[in-house]
Design a protein around this ligand. Structure first.
Ligand SMILES: [Zn+2]
Length: 103
């Protein structure tokens, strides 16, 4: 039986990309690969643990999480930090074929 935990791309908005949000909130947004629900979790890693990869600041280790809707496990990896609208557009264009949370 395949018990592999599915992985999804997570987006952590900072700076100008998070202006519409409470600055106290530091969230990773993702789409559950099991049920398709848009979900989010508190970001756990320090920004220093993100590294510049493929043109974006990414945490390639990711974080394990359980979907709030279907209660199934998944891994959010990589977590990509997006700082402004230009970066969000660039990222969405690059990931157009995948399920990435949109604003
Ligand atoms: Zn789910």
């Amino acid at each position: 039986m395949d018990r592999r935990i599915p992985e999804v791309v997570g987006v952590r908005r900072t700076g100008w990309a998070a202006l519409d949000r409470d600055p106290q909130l530091d969230l990773i947004e993702f789409i559950c690969p099991h049920c398709g629900a848009e979900s989010q979790k508190n970001a756990r890693r320090e920004r220093a643990e993100y590294h510049f990869t493929d043109g974006f600041m990414q945490d390639l280790q990711g974080e394990g999480v359980q979907c709030h809707h279907c209660r199934q496990s998944l891994r959010v990896v990589p977590v990509v930090m997006l700082h402004d609208q230009e970066e969000i557009k660039r990222f969405e264009a690059m990931r157009a074929e995948e399920h990435v949370p949109r604003q």
